[in-house]
Design a protein around this ligand. Structure first.
Ligand code: GLC
Ligand code: CA
Length: 545
């Protein structure tokens, strides 16, 4: 095969389309100085673990100066490090050490809003005629817009006798990107970190970055509860508060700033259906390179569900677009919750995640099957449950909404020692899950067939096989019910992936030349047949002549 042939069959080969992403929530990853709070040095101490596990890109949730009311998603200084997380030197060392291991590091950019304690907002709020008076969105009277968390997003400030807009919570005022000075200041911050060598950014609630210039009222909608596919809710369509055309063009502008520093990742947090999120990416790669598709956070564990999902994604994100496969993050229940905390099912889920055409993104602890905790709303660190403390919890459980995000942010479970090896402080900032004696890195490291070792094996295969990084995907029809199959092709090379979503074993004729991965499965039983036991899977090489 000639190089030219490769070029015609495949158009993108940016590193970030081939990478694997691991999300670190710094507060909960590892504490280096016994204060019970995870920190940058703590991450440094665990880099060997991550390298050995095989993830290539680390996305780190915000660790900048912040009053921590939204635990770092409320930033008061974008170029300073929150003292509990460390120093600027620690962050530079982290960037270096990640690179020294051949890995990439992605920061979390919260561009839509600052903390209300940011000096920009303090000045903006102080009067109607200061130099930052229109750095935020101010109005004499609120219109009908609802915030993403429910209720009016307009908040009164007596200093100006006016209202400011916040898309999320009241202490997170939205910046006014129609003011060129705001845009320039934020792009300078982006340049500051790119200058320090980071490999790109995850973009916090990027879909709300622009609001309608004329502040037109949002139309009525019968929808009460926002969903992943459609974030409108609270009885209005978010027509003028989300996904404005200017947000799509800003994605390009941001990309061009990144291009000044080389090939950088921009990973958008955009809520909406696949049609919509595509607006932020572009065919010629001048928009966001990757966008989360949160729809799949609500996956149903069946072959049918994943077959439909993959087909839809293949239709909506054809090459050179690249989808992201994500099942957990710091805002939603962990994926294992959806599969009854069953580790066998988790192995199958991640076999799919690491073999489909798309960038996998895993949340810390997902690799060992960490589970969610249950905490009372009243004592939460997360501000959201406080807003809803008068609504009984069972209501949210019933509709599947994660209100108290502390529950999915408990400390990483490293071993069986005090605080699961997360911290040697008397108390960790959040209690470690009481299952840490059975679910932890040390234990799973020793068990050949553990979830951790399964993921390690899959990451290794993915790293070695260009077919999995760049190859096209075709679904295979006519398989036994409950079995999902697809092939990945790159040039003349082909891999076949078969996944049994049933607990019953499935045996069927199949001629595979070489199995490179087996999960609860047997090949070469009898003549040219394979058996996938319950929740079993194989990855096999197919040779064609
Ligand atoms: C994003 C973050 C979330 C944060 C919110 C406001 O959704 O993922 O954790 O609370 O934005 O910044
Ligand atoms: Ca600490």
């Amino acid at each position: 095969m000639t190089a030219a042939c490769f070029l015609t069959i495949h158009m993108t080969n940016n590193w970030y389309h081939k990478t694997t992403i691991y999300q670190i929530y710094p507060r909960s990853f590892h504490d280096s100085n016994e204060d019970g709070i995870g920190d940058l040095k703590g991450i440094l101490q665990k880099l060997d673990y991550l390298q050995e596990l095989g993830f290539e890109t680390l996305w780190i949730s915000p660790f900048f100066s912040s009053p921590q009311i939204d635990l770092g998603y409320d930033i008061s200084n974008y170029t300073e490090i929150a003292p509990e997380y460390g120093t600027m030197d620690d962050s530079l060392q982290l960037i270096d050490e990640v690179h020294r291991r051949g890995m990439k590091i992605v920061l979390d950019m919260v561009m839509n809003h600052t903390s209300a304690e940011h000096p920009w907002f303090i000045e903006s709020r102080s009067s109607r005629n200061n130099s930052k008076a229109d750095w935020y969105l101010w109005r004499d009277k609120p219109n009908n817009w609802k915030s993403m968390t429910g209720g009016s997003g307009w908040h009164y400030a007596k200093e100006r006798d006016q209202y400011y807009w916040s898309s999320f919570l009241p202490f997170q005022p939205d910046l006014n990107y129609r003011n060129p000075d705001v845009k320039k200041s934020m792009l300078d911050i982006v340049r500051f970190w790119l200058g320090k060598g980071v490999d790109g950014f995850r973009l916090d609630i990027f879909n709300v970055i622009y609001k309608d210039a004329g502040f037109r009222n949002n139309p009525f909608s019968p929808k009460l509860i926002p969903s992943e596919e459609d974030p409108s809710g609270f009885f209005q369509e978010a027509k003028y508060t989300m996904n404005q055309p200017e947000s799509f063009s800003f994605a390009k502008e941001l990309k061009s700033v990144c291009n000044e520093f080389g090939e950088k990742i921009l990973l958008g947090e955009i809520q909406g259906n696949t049609e919509l999120i595509k607006n932020y990416m572009t065919q010629n790669g001048d928009g966001l390179g990757l966008v989360f598709n949160f729809e799949m956070l609500n996956f149903i564990f069946t072959a049918r569900y994943f077959s439909d999902l993959i087909k839809k994604i293949e239709r909506d994100f054809p090459d050179p677009l690249m989808p992201v496969y994500v099942f957990s993050n710091h805002d939603r229940r962990r994926s294992i919750h959806r599969i009854g905390e069953d580790l066998q099912k988790a192995k199958l889920l991640h076999t799919l995640q690491l073999t489909v055409r798309g960038v996998p993104c895993m949340y810390y602890g997902e690799e060992i099957g960490m589970t969610d905790s249950k905490f009372p709303f009243g004592s939460a660190f997360d501000p959201i449950p406080h807003k809803f403390k008068y609504i009984p919890r069972f209501f949210f459980d019933l509709i599947g909404l994660t209100i108290n995000r502390d529950e999915v942010r408990t400390p990483m479970q490293w071993d069986t020692s005090q605080n699961a090896g997360f911290s040697s402080a008397e108390q960790a900032w959040l209690p470690v899950h009481n299952n840490f004696k059975t679910i932890n890195v040390e234990k799973e490291h020793q068990e050949t067939r553990s979830l951790l070792n399964t993921i390690r094996a899959l990451l290794k295969i993915r790293k070695e096989e260009i077919i999995l990084q760049e190859g096209s995907l075709e679904c295979i029809e006519g398989l036994p019910i409950g079995v999902l199959g697809y092939s990945r092709t790159f040039g003349k090379m082909k891999l076949l992936i078969l996944l049994n979503f049933d607990k019953q074993s499935k045996e069927f004729p199949l001629d595979v030349s070489e199995c490179i991965f087996k999960l609860n499965a047997e090949d070469e039983i009898k003549n040219k047949a394979i058996r996938l036991n319950g929740f079993g899977a194989i990855i096999a090489r197919i040779t064609s002549d």
